[in-house]
Design a protein. Structure first.
Lengths: 214, 315
């Protein structure tokens, strides 16, 4: 198996720099695991949605984009569905811009078809507080009135701060709030293998966690 | 890192200009939505402080602020009663007490926005000061060229007209040079500043030579009152020598685009035909103006207020 260092040397270097002597990143889901989860979720969608021809996948960038593309390919394969894929940046809808004065870089928004009367499925890589999903729902409403909104989270790591529940989950992972969970492999334009890693923050690192490195 | 105020392109580094352009590119998507509004600056106040009359730039800033959900207040004291520095600063202090999150300033005298920035807690955005700078115009021109050509680096940009009185020319010279373009200026000799080549541009007296191989032709607005003076040509002479039409455009590259900051004196700087049709991109410039100003308001309104100690008025 490819190591984290090989997949994204610069990102892991940043993590190491930030987390000092903390435990090295661990893999939560490798590319095969991610593909398996997305295939299962596609089956669940077809099973649960009464009108799958109305599905519209909307990715939250950057992590949601390759996941939504894969889901669309899976839906085409298993149910012969041609599901549109949109990209919706939530930055301008964040609830912390005012209090922090932060001005994060914007990402692209591309909504290829109208959302009215569609079953819109928001696709995100890692869901924690639920604030990004709240922002995405507000953004979505500016594009019209979907018949329903559902949410896919590849990883649900808990620590919800808003009443948001996921409809489809790749993997539930109990985490410390200070830990960093992220999707790697986004640089290669969608062809690189994906991987979800967890990085311990120094204060969150337990003695036993270091011993897990094999 | 972006500074506190946007006073001129001269102060910006390449990475800062690129960050504003990248932000503007994403902002332009909002203008294509059915609901052209995002909640980003809800509860924020933006003051348009225009001492010099302007409808287009002021409207552009106003739309930009409103698309970001800010409250936009237009304040146009007029320049007549406020020519003295002290009364300008008084006005600025009065506005400051209303706690705006950004103040957009236009004035007919160069340097007024930076003087106001010294006494205001809020970030100041220069919307044009005398013949000094008009940074958001240059940013929207850079964005338009980047969209049309896919890059700025290595392009040849020819600016035609009254360079000496033009803040648009000055800001564009800084901007295009910093992003790696070759910049040429051409116009009647009294309208070309003697020192212009120290800004890294080549100056020409022949339009044909200046256009040779140009990717971008930028015509400036001619102020009628500045023509027909002792040293300058009449309007008819100007348009015969420096007006751009399809015939003169043949000297530029085949895919050259034509720009103008507006409003166009049709038949003077540009032929009637070019004022309305490709390869002129004048309406794209206007559209990009809103996106660039949204980007500027977004990026600059987040700065923490200046400390009181930092803004003691210098005697």
């Amino acid at each position: 198996m490819r190591s984290v260092e090989q997949q994204s040397a610069s990102e892991s270097a940043q993590h190491r720099a930030r987390s000092g002597d903390a435990a090295p990143p661990r893999t939560l889901l490798d590319d095969t695991g991610i593909r398996r989860s997305l295939m299962r979720i596609a089956h669940e969608m077809v099973e649960r949605v009464e009108t799958p021809d109305r599905l519209y996948l909307v990715a939250i960038p950057n992590g949601g984009v390759p996941l939504a593309r894969q889901l669309a390919a899976n839906l085409a394969e298993i149910a012969d569905l041609d599901v549109p894929v949109g990209v919706l940046d939530t930055t301008l809808y964040r609830d912390d811009l005012h209090s922090t004065g932060a001005r994060p870089a914007l990402r692209r928004t591309e909504m290829p078809s109208a959302v009215d009367e569609r079953i819109v499925v928001l696709v995100d890589d890692v869901v924690k507080t639920g604030r990004t999903i709240r922002a995405a729902m507000d953004a979505l409403m500016d594009f019209g009135r979907p018949r329903a909104v559902q949410v896919v989270g590849l990883v649900d790591r808990g620590h919800r701060e808003l009443p948001i529940k996921l409809d489809y989950v790749g993997k539930n992972v109990p985490t410390q709030a200070e830990e960093d969970v992220r999707l790697l492999g986004l640089e290669g334009g969608g062809d690189a293998p994906l991987e979800v890693i967890i990085v311990s923050a120094p204060e969150a690192a337990e003695p036993g966690a270091r011993g897990e490195r094999a | 890192m972006i500074g506190r105020d946007l006073l001129g392109i001269e102060d910006l580094e390449r990475a800062e200009i690129e960050r504003i352009l990248d932000t503007a590119l994403h902002m332009s998507e909002i203008g294509r939505r059915e609901v052209k509004k995002v909640p980003t600056l809800r509860g924020r106040t933006i003051v348009n402080l225009f001492f010099e009359p302007s409808t287009r730039t002021r409207a552009s800033f106003e739309i930009a602020g409103k698309r970001l959900s800010a409250d936009v207040i237009n304040f146009s004291p007029g320049s007549s009663s406020l020519t003295k520095a002290e009364s300008i600063l008084d006005t600025a202090r009065t506005l400051d007490a209303m706690d705006p999150d950004a103040v957009v300033v236009r004035h007919s005298v160069a340097g007024v926005p930076s003087r106001i920035a010294e006494v205001l807690a809020a970030p100041v955005i220069n919307a044009g000061d005398g013949a000094h700078e008009h940074p958001t115009q240059a940013l929207l021109d850079l964005l338009t060229v980047r969209q049309e050509k896919g890059r700025i680096d290595g392009l040849t940009v020819t600016i035609v007209g009254d360079i000496v009185h033009s803040r648009v020319a000055r800001s564009n010279i800084y901007g295009f040079r910093r992003l790696g373009a070759e910049v040429r200026v051409v116009g009647p000799p009294p309208m070309i500043p003697a020192s212009v080549e120290t800004l890294g541009v080549k100056s020409y007296t022949s339009l044909r030579e200046a256009l040779d191989g140009a990717d971008v032709v930028m015509a400036l607005r001619i102020q009628n009152e500045r023509l027909s003076g002792a040293y300058t040509p009449s309007i008819r002479e100007y348009s015969a020598t420096f007006g751009i039409d399809r015939a003169t455009l043949r000297f530029a590259k085949d895919d050259a685009i034509v720009m103008h900051p507006g409003p166009v004196n049709r038949g003077v700087e540009l032929s009637h035909d070019l004022a309305d049709h490709r390869p002129s991109v004048i309406l794209d410039q206007v559209r990009n103006g809103v996106a660039v100003r949204m980007a500027v308001l977004y990026l600059f309104s987040g700065r923490p207020p200046r400390e009181a100690a930092d803004r003691e008025v210098r005697p």
